[in-house]
Design a protein around this ligand. Structure first.
Ligand code: OTU
Length: 626
């Protein structure tokens, strides 16, 4: 057992207030354990640990008083983000509102919809031309000048806070842009920065690694290594050649990234989306995903944040099968020590699969296999985001189906959403070798229906969209709306002419927010049907305490076409029924109680329930006093 450095460090923090000292006592041992796993074999470990603790201490000292107060409030209510009234929204700054300042003018719109968690896609200083939609960061402490300044960020964060909206930003911690100061210094021959990245003098080691590595961008950026002519060396680049993977085996990288994170936290950021989290540690002979050290990196961040800024949440972006994914939320003895939130990519992909098939059997079977989530953490449920839908992840979640059956199904689903399958209602485009690009409304059939001016088809598309959101809002966890879904924004057919496109098909669903359409949300057309439908879900959800710290148990009914979700907690029971097919379905009513559907207000009598095409019910027990 390694000797503890804790007692030495405790003296160093004397003089800070009791809140800090108490948190140090609790969380420094977690940080130490995690950091020892990463760097414990270095003889200078004590120095490394001391430097890191000084950074944490400095961040606390510099933390604005208002944020310290928020930290205290949140420590008293650590499940604040799990309350059913929490609803998320994600958007690109420029496409939603032009600049950070512009976002302030959209706060009323967000509030009207019922949103109180806003994820803004990358807006930190980015590589000028090709920058992967901002995911190639040139500086973690500066805002992209085109989008605003650090002052603007602070101002926005504080206005959002005043309006009860928490701010989530991307923390792109796997790689920097090749024009980040660290990368520039490397190219200029500064040896001190060589170790910030993974460099190789020739192809020997890269070729060895490639044998077991996958590929993120199979078509636009094949391979995982890029030749740097200035250095006559190869550098590790999982994503685009201009995104250089950071080397977390170097403790300075961890230290610098921690400082960046705490710097941004002190500007008023509430939640950090840990981009491409699975990739942080490399090990020869593996796929270099989900390595044990990745979890120690996250654990160290979590424990150190818990000391300096405990109101902050970490959200894992890990597009991996659920048996790996749950570990990003902590499991077993590591419960409460990893991220608090993770994208539920299994639910997301399976929702699309069920909608394409008009059948919920596979969906329910896969949901049953998702391992339970640790207490204190929860899912972030969504249907679409700025990326493609990657079907690959499903190949690993067969839920008892044969390899061949499952492969065929995944192939069918992908073809369905590119619109290639005869009779498919969807409009989308194949992306790379394994994904599909397209907006939620276009996937749901609105694009084809509008083109045909077919009112019945438009109605079905609206029903599909609201059906998927019903599951997202009731599964358990926080729901996330992707910009424009609430008004049925379609694919951007001009995407290839947009600034930033660079041959990347994901721009198909990254068009600017159509504010003209958004203004129609008060009318009585499609936009209004969707906007009010989402608003209604927000309302119902926020008065459903049965969702607190609960994940639904899935079942099927109605010849396999109806998904039933069941919740049962200290606040009672909840049943959700959704018919994934375009034809009516009949299902058995839950027994033992009288139930009221929160959508229609109607009481359910008898033991059968009839659902219309893509029909849905939100059933809570009728109060006996009623
Ligand atoms: C993320 O996505 C971002 O969401 C993308 O927009 C970025 O391009 C990328 O990182 C690089 O920064 O491969 O198709 O397991 O799969 O991080 C999306 C996680 C991606 C990865 C995911 C990545």
């Amino acid at each position: 057992m390694a000797t503890s450095v804790r007692s030495t460090k405790i003296e160093n923090i004397a003089g800070l207030d009791s809140a800090y000292d108490a948190r140090y006592e609790i969380y420094a041992p977690d940080a130490e354990t995690a950091l020892r796993h990463l760097y414990g074999d270095r003889k200078e470990f004590l120095e490394i640990f001391t430097r890191i603790m000084h950074a944490v201490r400095g961040a606390y000292i510099n933390r604005p008083e208002a944020l310290k107060q928020l930290d205290l409030r949140r420590s008293q209510q650590p499940d604040w983000f799990q309350h059913p009234d929490r609803v998320g929204y994600m958007a690109y700054v420029d496409r939603f509102a032009g600049t950070l300042g512009g976002i302030e003018e959209k706060i009323d719109y967000l509030k009207e919809l019922g949103v109180n968690y806003l994820h803004l896609l990358p807006f930190l200083k980015m590589r000028p031309v090709r920058n992967d939609g901002g995911f190639a960061v040139s500086s973690y402490t500066e805002v992209e000048p085109r989008l605003g300044s650090m002052e603007d960020l602070e101002k926005l964060a504080s206005h959002l806070r005043e309006n009860g909206i928490s701010l989530c930003i991307d923390f792109i911690l796997n790689h920097t842009a090749d024009d980040h100061d660290w990368a520039r210094r490397c190219r200029n021959g500064d040896r001190a920065f060589k170790d910030f990245y993974h460099f190789f003098p020739d192809r020997e080691a890269p070729d060895q690694y490639e044998k077991t590595l996958g590929e993120a961008f199979t078509e636009t950026a094949p391979g995982n290594f890029t030749y740097v002519p200035e250095q006559d060396e190869w550098v590790w680049t999982t994503f685009y050649p201009y995104q250089w993977d950071l080397n977390y085996a170097n403790p300075r990288v961890f230290e610098e990234m921690l400082k960046s994170l705490l710097f941004l936290a002190n500007r008023g950021v509430d939640v950090f989306r840990l981009d491409a989290a699975p990739y942080l540690w490399k090990r020869l002979g593996t796929d270099c995903l989900n390595q044990p050290e990745v979890f120690s990196i996250i654990r160290a961040f979590r424990a150190l944040i818990a000391i300096a800024a405990p109101g902050i949440l970490l959200k894992a972006e890990a597009i991996v099968p659920s048996y790996n994914l749950v570990h990003y939320l902590g499991a077993g003895v590591l419960a409460g020590k990893e991220c608090q939130l993770a994208y539920n990519t299994t639910l997301m992909t399976m929702l699309w699969s069920a909608l394409a098939e008009g059948d919920a059997v596979r969906l329910a079977r896969v949901l049953e296999t998702i391992p339970p989530v640790a207490s204190g953490a929860t899912w972030l449920n969504y249907t679409r985001c700025h990326d493609d839908v990657g079907w690959d992840v499903l190949l690993e979640e067969k839920a008892g189906y044969t390899e061949e059956n499952w492969r065929e199904h995944v192939k069918f689903t992908r073809a369905f959403y590119s619109g290639d399958t005869p009779g498919s209602f969807a409009s989308g485009k194949n992306y790379q070798t394994h994904g599909t690009a397209g907006s939620m409304a276009s996937f749901c059939g609105l694009e084809k229906a509008v083109l045909r001016e077919d009112d019945d088809a438009i109605d079905l598309a609206v029903r599909r969209l609201l059906l998927l959101y019903t599951v997202v809002f009731s599964y358990g966890g926080m729901p996330l709306i992707n910009m424009g879904d609430e008004i049925g924004q379609l694919n951007d057919q001009e995407f290839a002419t947009r600034e930033g496109y660079d041959g990347d098909g994901r721009w198909l669903h990254r068009g600017a927010m159509d504010w003209k359409k958004a203004a129609w949300c008060h009318g009585n057309g499609v936009e209004a049907a969707l906007f009010h439908g989402v608003q209604k879900l927000v309302d119902i959800r926020s008065s459903t305490p049965q969702l607190i710290q609960s994940v639904a148990k899935p079942a099927v009914d109605g010849d396999g076409r109806v998904l039933k979700l069941h919740h049962h907690n200290a606040h009672g029971e909840l049943y959700i029924y959704v018919n994934f097919s375009p034809t009516p379905a009949s299902a058995s009513a839950p027994l033992g109680r009288v139930w009221r559907d929160q959508f229609s207000g109607k009481v359910i009598h008898g033991d059968r329930i009839e659902l219309g095409p893509y029909g849905r019910l939100w059933l809570t027990p009728v109060d006996e006093a009623e």
